[in-house]
Design a protein around this ligand. Structure first.
Ligand code: SF4
Ligand code: MG
Length: 322
């Protein structure tokens, strides 16, 4: 499949007081294939959201490069990035924060259509905009009367539908969704995940789908990247990764789910200790302070993400599978 988006050695550092540095994203390289759903999982604070924002250049990476549709977009100015921005959109966790409470839904959805020209480089007239608004509400399962209403008149799930409609307004190819169902009632989560899946199939979209819930990731993603302390430690087909995790951290993550979503082989005992601070990550393998199968070498040599025989990538000296 075509590589839609490609990241190489992406890094994001935040400067802290007293000269300290927090490395939120640490040397991440990955490809997003056209038409796939790449799930990104990991505990909170592992850098998933920062990575998602860096992939779309909503946050500037400190180092590394990004290619979208074969073009290097790493150093593009905001202006040069504008046509690219239409083709890559983000959906956030908090459905309310991303909607201006004082504007009607029709206005909120029309904004990108007014700002950006259509596929032929022309400004859209009122009729074109109204036609597109009708399509958008229909796509996300809302009724046309939604356009005249305000964000507070909707439930969390409906507001997330509105956010999805807005992300779709300019017919993007790629959507990065950052925990788009985490804030919703469990009963609503499945509906919204189904909507994402349905839209992907109908519109041929590509997603980077960030989640901490393995059941959600399993339901929607083709491949999955597991992050720990800013780095991708395992990346592969969702079935392989969840059924036979190769990285001890992945295994521990699966074992930690109270209601097992999958019957994985060789599950680790639950994790010891807390996630170390990303300000002072451990030397060697960043997981060695918590890894049940660590050996002395793990505290000295940092394993790099490399391909194992079954095709997935693992950053571990002693992978459990693959
Ligand atoms: Fe555990 Fe060592 Fe693998 Fe790190 S490299 S995950 S410490 S076995
Ligand atoms: Mg987050």
């Amino acid at each position: 499949a075509e590589t839609l988006l490609s990241a190489r050695s992406l890094r994001k550092d935040y400067r802290l007081p007293r000269g300290q540095r927090l490395r939120a994203v640490d040397d991440v390289s990955l490809d997003v294939h056209a038409g796939e759903v790449l799930g990104v999982v990991g505990e909170s604070g592992c850098g998933k959201s920062t990575l998602g924002r860096c992939l779309l250049r909503l946050t500037e990476a400190s180092a590394g490069s990004l290619t979208f549709e074969g073009h290097d977009i790493t150093g593009l100015s905001e202006r040069a990035l504008r046509p690219v921005r239409q083709r890559m959109q983000m959906v956030f966790q908090d459905s309310y924060a991303s909607l201006n409470p004082r504007r009607r839904i029709g206005d909120l959805l029309a904004e990108p259509l007014r700002v950006h020209p259509d596929a032929h480089g022309r400004r859209r007239d009122m009729r074109a905009i109204e036609a597109r608004l009708a399509e958008l509400v229909d796509l996300v399962g809302l009724t046309p009367d939604a356009l005249a209403r305000y964000p507070h008149e909707f439930s969390g799930g409906q507001r997330q539908r509105i956010n999805i409609a807005r992300a779709l307004a300019l017919s993007p190819r790629l959507i990065v969704a950052d925990e788009p169902v985490s804030a919703l009632d469990v009963s609503i989560q499945a509906q919204i995940v189904n909507l994402f899946a349905d839209l992907q199939a109908r519109l041929g979209l590509t997603y980077v789908f960030i989640a901490h819930d393995l059941a959600v990731v399993r339901q929607i993603s083709t491949r999955v990247a597991v992050m720990y302390l800013g780095a991708v430690v395992e990346l592969g087909a969702t079935d392989d990764v969840l059924h036979a995790p190769a990285h001890p951290y992945t295994s521990a993550l699966i074992a930690a789910v109270p209601e097992p979503v999958v019957r994985a082989d060789k599950l680790m005992p639950s994790l010891r200790g807390d996630v170390p601070s990303p300000v002072n990550p451990p030397p060697g393998c960043r997981f060695h302070t918590r890894c049940p199968v660590a050996r002395p070498v793990c505290g000295q040599d940092a394993p790099t993400l490399r391909a194992v025989p079954d095709g997935r990538q693992v950053a571990c000296h002693f992978p459990l599978a693959g």
